[in-house]
Design a protein around this ligand. Structure first.
Ligand code: HT7
Ligand code: ZN
Length: 851
């Protein structure tokens, strides 16, 4: 497969005025009849050929303006059908085709496929070409009319329903859209329904469609949908634009959810929730993903991307908007900390390794491999920085201009930045480097204080990344304030814009050396190379007015403590443990914030911390050291933690709201840190008393850690019929296994009757239980973890290349490790790369990881 380059973008030769599709559904032989009105694009190439994408389609017949085509009229390959200009009747014509496809045999879950007897589509990014011949590129937008014929009771597509009868339904979507937003669903589904009146008085029918029996698990998703609709009207002044909004939950799905126009399709784990079966975290995800897909209606659907290089245009912006929504619905500081944790864990890791790429990539082989933390999460950070740089009001004006100017268009990052330039008259060409340079900038801090004058020098550098050895300085907004040594804020937050390689600011008239609080709220996605003294960090932890930096100070003390323990067994400083105890007991702080402050860096974070400190991380030692620190904290803080465990009872009636879930998080953190001290007695009582999955899983995890011999079976026997809960059972057991037993357990569980490796949720639970949940097990010195992953990637790739390729990122950090582990991983990468018939998806990932 060859790479596609942004620089080679050419407008399409033909645009589309309208599309009619007719489906006769059949598991092994679905007929798709298309009728498409094409019109020449004045900006297209001179050759005037009609180029249609099409894969795995059996062409039954094709016509142009009613005349059947013969094989001499077109060129058909595995991927395209081309009608030369000479065979076309003129600038405008009607293309008709009948094709046959087999949804039953579609295991890749892209295009039209089946899940539990239900028909379902996934068109983004390039799945529509597996449904019919079409210019499957986002800059071709058209209104769609769809007829579905099937005996199944529920037949859904995009837009509004225009007619329905026995065995058929018709839908019309008046809003021009690219093919990647097309969707069709047919099945024996049950609705959970509600209504919403938009700010312009439009009545919208809301439905969540689920398998019979799942109806009572949709309440939270529906509530989240209505709150998303209201929030977007209030904050962005955008309303919904069809008479009906449908959401469908499907069990077999490659990702989280999909924003198809008027017909969002969701992985059922992001819709279905009840207190007994879903954790607070699951509820949180549901709210977030419902909002995210809904917000795509404006940022993605009404205004879409010109090409897939511009993916961050819709994804970065929509992630930023869903982050804003959650900040408004829940605690903003807690949300910010969680987002930064995610960014550092997933995106910084990506940016520091062989898979580093620009937020707007320059080239790709398989676009599915670019739905990454960099495009999504770093993309969102760029919007956050823009808003900080131009101010809230200018941001709002720019967004309104963006919606007005580009509604109905397929746009680029240049269009996006232009609205900000037009509103603010500011030149954003340097800011644009954030989109075109990969890698996480480092900002090195130097301080000097003399005679009442404080000098702060910030130097920015970006390490080289694949194919980008040299980097230019970007615009980095650094929010900072100053505290006095007594912990009083003497200088409130202001923003320094770093535009040069080095910037110095001078503040005079100070009575004492100040303590700086830098990068407040994590104002830019950078790594701050700054080593404040233990005392300064303790002061920030206790007194900073910026909650993010309070948490950050505690976090960096924990990281440093762990690294010192790892290096030479240095015991944790009592001052660190006392500071933690004070923070945990500080009732002026929200419970969820305190729970976050008590959470130790993950093993992967510690490994990265070791790399940053110039060391080679040893996953086995990291696991043991983290466990020791956890136990030390538990012993040292026992009275505080016991008191918290008693005090943080959230009350008798479960609610997933931030207040209650914060209490549960803190209570369960207290449980987790102390469970080993009474041989699991409290954990067992907690598990048995739990009336919700958050508490039950917290107890389950502790009991697994302690090695309770019966708990896995008890949990299994209680939940064996619940597919979403059983995903947790697979994952947690492996994640909590002793590292030396983890691979063997994972192998055993692949033989469990409920291990359905063709279901992406189940596959991910089991495999990432090892690769993400149990790094010391995955990196077992024997190499068994690597072989296990490689075997399963090779196996899954034949069925579902997209999911196999995503899971291969477990190898992306391989260059961090010692020579023996590197050699073992290299051998597995070579084995995968040498496998016959490897998909372009997985082979691109393996080639990039190996490079
Ligand atoms: N825009 C969607 C991304 C997506 C996807 C979703 C499900 C299956 C395959 C997919 N490929 C791309 C989801 C989103 O970002 O909202
Ligand atoms: Zn999205």
């Amino acid at each position: 497969p060859t790479a596609i380059h942004l620089a080679d973008y050419r407008p399409p030769n033909y645009l589309i005025d309208e599309v009619h599709l007719s489906f006769r559904l059949d598991p092994g032989a679905t007929r798709v009849i298309s009728r498409i009105r094409f019109r020449a694009n004045p900006e297209g190439l001179d050759d005037g050929n009609l180029i249609l994408d099409g894969e795995k389609l059996r062409l039954v017949e094709a016509r142009i303006d009613g005349s059947p085509l013969t094989a001499l009229d077109y060129l058909l390959t595995d991927t395209h059908l081309t009608v030369p200009a000479a065979r076309l009747p003129g600038d405008s014509f009607v293309w008709e085709a009948e094709v046959e496809i087999a949804p039953r045999d579609n295991t890749a879950l892209e295009g039209l496929y089946m899940s539990n007897g239900m028909y379902c589509t996934q068109s983004e990014a390039e799945g529509f070409r597996k449904i019919t011949f079409y210019p499957d590129r986002p800059d071709v937008m058209a209104p769609f009319t769809v007829r579905i014929e099937s005996e199944l009771p529920v037949l859904l597509s995009n837009g509004n329903q225009t007619s329905q009868g026995p065995g058929f339904a018709e839908w019309h979507d008046p809003w021009p859209k690219p093919a990647y937003l097309f969707a069709l669903v047919a099945g024996d589904l049950r609705p959970v329904s509600d209504r919403f009146t938009t700010m312009d008085g439009k009545e919208v029918a809301l439905n969540i469609w689920v398998r019979p029996g799942d109806e009572d698990r949709c309440g939270y998703a529906m509530d989240a949908l209505k709150r998303s609709m209201t929030w977007e009207e209030n904050v962005y002044r955008r309303a919904y634009d069809l008479d009906i909004f449908n959401i469908v939950a499907v069990d077999d799905f490659n990702m989280g959810a999909m924003e198809n126009k008027g017909l969002n399709i969701f992985n059922s784990k992001y819709v279905l929730a009840s207190p007994e079966t879903a954790t607070d975290r699951d509820f949180d995800f549901i709210e977030r993903i419902i909002a995210h897909e809904y917000f795509h209606n404006w940022t993605g659907n009404r205004i879409t991307c010109r090409d897939w290089f511009q993916l961050c245009l819709k994804e970065g912006l929509t992630v930023f908007r869903d982050q804003q929504f959650t900040e408004d619905m829940r605690s903003a500081p807690v949300k910010r900390i969680e987002d930064v944790l995610q960014l550092r864990t997933r995106q910084f890791r990506e940016d520091a390794g062989p898979l580093a790429h620009n937020v707007r990539p320059d080239s790709y082989i398989e676009i599915n491999n670019f739905y990454t933390a960099t495009v999504y999460e770093k993309g969102a950070e760029l919007i956050r920085m823009l808003r900080l740089l131009v101010g809230v009001e200018a941001y709002d004006q720019a967004l309104q201009l963006y919606f007005d100017r580009h509604d109905g268009q397929a746009c680029t990052i240049e269009d996006w930045l232009a609205v900000f330039e037009d509103v603010t008259a500011r030149d954003l060409s340097q800011f644009k480097r954030w989109y075109t340079q990969a890698g996480t900038p480092h900002v090195t801090v130097r301080e000097h204080f003399e005679d009442g004058t404080y000098r702060l020098t910030l130097r920015q550098t970006v390490p080289p990344t694949p194919d980008q050895p040299l980097k230019e300085p970007a615009v980095i907004p650094v929010a900072f304030g100053l505290l006095s040594p007594a912990g009083i804020e003497t200088h409130p937050t202001r923003i320094i814009e770093l535009v040069d390689p080095e910037t110095t600011i001078v503040i005079d008239g100070l009575a004492e050396r100040p303590v700086p609080s830098l990068l407040r709220g994590f104002s830019a996605p950078v790594i701050l190379d700054h080593a404040p003294s233990f005392e300064d960090r303790a002061l920030l932890l206790a007194h900073d007015t910026d909650p993010f930096n309070r948490w950050e100070a505690g976090r960096s003390l924990a990281r440093e403590t762990l690294l010192a323990m790892l290096a030479d067994g240095t015991a944790p400083a009592p001052a660190f443990l006392d500071g933690l105890a004070r923070l945990a007991a500080d009732e002026t702080l929200d419970a969820d914030f305190r729970a976050l402050a008590l959470a130790l860096p993950s093993e992967d974070d510690i490994a990265q911390g070791a790399v940053d400190a110039g060391l080679v991380p040893d996953p086995t030692a990291i696991h043991a050291t983290r466990k020791t620190l956890k136990e030390t904290i538990g012993r040292h803080l026992k009275p505080t933690l016991d008191a918290l465990y008693e005090a943080m009872d959230p009350g008798p009636v479960y609610s997933p709201d931030a207040g209650q879930s914060g209490k549960r998080a803190l209570r369960n953190a207290a449980l987790g840190l102390t469970a080993h001290l009474d041989a699991g007695e409290r954990a067992l009582a907690h598990y048995e008393a739990a009336d919700n999955m958050t508490d039950q899983l917290a107890g389950f995890g502790c009991l697994l850690d302690i090695g309770d011999p019966d708990i896995a079976t008890r949990f299994h026997d209680q939940w064996r019929d619940d597919r979403l809960v059983m995903d947790k059972w697979f994952l947690l057991q492996i994640a909590h296994a002793a590292p030396e037993k983890a691979v063997a357990l994972a192998e055993t569980l692949t033989g469990h009757p409920l291990f359905d490796w063709k279901n992406p949720n189940r596959f991910r639970s089991l495999v990432s239980g090892l690769t993400v949940g149990n790094p010391a097990g995955f990196h077992d010195p024997s190499g068994a973890g690597y072989a296990f992953l490689a075997d399963w990637l090779i196996r899954l790739d034949r069925l579902n290349p997209q999911t196999a390729a995503r899971m291969s990122t477990a190898f992306e950090t391989w260059k961090r490790y010692d020579a023996d582990r590197q050699a073992l991983i290299a051998a597995e990468l070579t084995r995968i790369a040498g496998t016959d018939g490897l998909s372009p998806d997985l082979s691109e990932m393996i080639a990039r990881i190996r490079a």
